[in-house]
Design a protein around this ligand. Structure first.
Ligand code: CTP
Ligand code: MG
Length: 264
């Protein structure tokens, strides 16, 4: 099957609160969006990768090292939208003809292992839809107004990650239905679930974390170093251009209080 990938990098990174856009924050010396693209590009079955960036940052992306931008799988960057689902729609519109499977991945998950990308693609090629997920460690409480309103059965609870991979036709149909009904999901699989289509779960790696809060940056650096050795190692990449080094641009102050976290 012909496989393409979207790397969604058009968020504002508000919770991170960095001085630069989240997608351009360095992980072991290279921007998150580049790390995420490289993880997908490492898979031979992925023929095209379309990055989706904030409209205001398209020029900044184009200014990344030319050898990286010349990678033959990399499609032209596309401007995202106000919400993640809008960015996903913009990315889908830019896929080349003939693509049968699409892997949707968050630039905020630069640590995904290429072998896991391969496993979730293989599952979706068989079943039509698959995602990476990990069993939750904590017991999950449903909370309303500061009180426990219920306990979810932990053995049935998994934390969804990306990539999530779908038959392109199925994802387009799911997106059209969601938009017709005004539904906004926090991941892509939800849209497909709403069609009643099965979504296969492929157990991923807890280290495929989503960089969301400032403290996640140091954690991601530590995970990277454990897997790849101290950086800069030059061992990982498709390309070896120079990247801005030094400060990650993240403020290490307290996070805003009263925030409930995920907005998608
Ligand atoms: N994303 C996107 N377009 C949007 C919003 C999010 O492409 N309008 C992408 C982000 O760039 C990120 C992924 O979706 O790679 C997951 O979103 P999240 O982790 O929430 O990142 P941000 O939206 O950037 O962060 P925040 O919610 O803290 O502003
Ligand atoms: Mg967000």
């Amino acid at each position: 099957m012909r496989v393409a990938a979207l790397v969604l990098a058009a968020g504002r990174g508000e919770r991170l609160g960095a001085s630069i856009p989240k997608a351009f924050l360095a992980l072991a010396g290279r921007p998150l969006v580049v790390r995420a693209i490289e993880a997908l590009a490492a898979r031979p079955e992925v023929e095209r990768i379309v990055p989706v960036l904030p409209a205001a940052d398209l020029a900044r992306f184009a200014a990344l090292a030319p050898d990286f931008l010349g990678a033959d799988k990399l499609g032209a960057p596309v401007a995202g939208g106000a919400e993640r689902q809008d960015s996903m729609r913009a990315g889908l519109a830019a896929l080349p003809d003939g693509v049968e499977l699409v892997a949707v991945h968050d630039a905020a998950r630069p640590l995904v292992r290429p072998e896991d990308v391969g496993r979730v693609i293989a599952a979706a090629a068989r079943t039509g839809a698959a995602l990476l997920a990990v069993p939750v460690r904590d017991t999950l409480k449903r909370v309303r107004d500061g009180r426990v309103a219920g306990t979810l059965p932990r053995a049935e609870c998994w934390a969804a990650q990306t990539p999530q991979v779908f038959r392109l036709e199925l994802l387009r149909e799911a997106l059209a239905k969601a938009e017709a009904e005004g539904f906004r999901g926090t991941d892509d699989a939800q849209l497909v679930e709403r069609l009643g289509a099965p979504v296969e779960v492929v157990e991923g790696d807890p280290a495929n974390l989503k960089i969301t809060w400032p403290e996640d940056v140091a954690l991601a650096e530590a995970i990277w170093s454990r897997a790849h050795g101290a950086w800069p190692s030059g061992s990982s990449g498709v390309a070896h251009g120079a990247w801005p080094s030094g400060s990650s641009g993240v403020a290490h102050g307290a996070r805003p209080s009263g925030s409930s976290g995920e907005r998608g």
